[in-house]
Design a protein. Structure first.
Length: 128
């Protein structure tokens, strides 16, 4: 940072350092359901969503997106419309393949964080 004034040696330089953090953290960042028999629903897997920021996080939408989103289902969620600082919630997802190919989609969380929306990758393979 530079400060310009009428003192000798103007402008004065003040070094600044810091570490940026994303207010919303999802763990894990992806879910792999492995191989699942056609038309069978896998056990659910859970993503923990945490507000690592210092203010209230407003969650406007949690959805399944992508080409094969129809093969995934949100089975449970504790996330509401907002998440207090340092609070967390969960979203559970299951996979139900309808074809014998690798399938992928995203669990997408839209909120007021700087990098919104955030996506958790979902993948699985249908087998006979």
């Amino acid at each position: 940072m530079l400060i310009t004034d009428n003192a000798a040696g103007s402008p004065q330089a003040i070094p600044l350092t810091g570490i940026g953090t994303a207010p919303l953290v999802s763990s894990p960042t992806s879910l792999n359901f492995g191989t699942v028999k056609l038309y069978t629903t896998s056990p659910s897997q859970t993503v923990t969503v945490k507000n690592s920021g210092t203010g209230l996080l407003t969650i406007s939408k949690i959805a399944l997106t992508g080409t094969n989103a129809i093969c995934f289902t949100i089975t449970a969620k504790t996330c509401g419309g907002s998440l207090a600082a340092e609070a967390s919630c969960t979203v559970s997802v299951a996979f139900r393949p309808t074809v014998v190919v690798s399938q992928s989609a995203n669990l997408t969380i839209t909120d007021n964080a700087a990098w919104s929306p955030q996506a958790v990758g979902l993948s699985g393979q249908g087998v006979r």
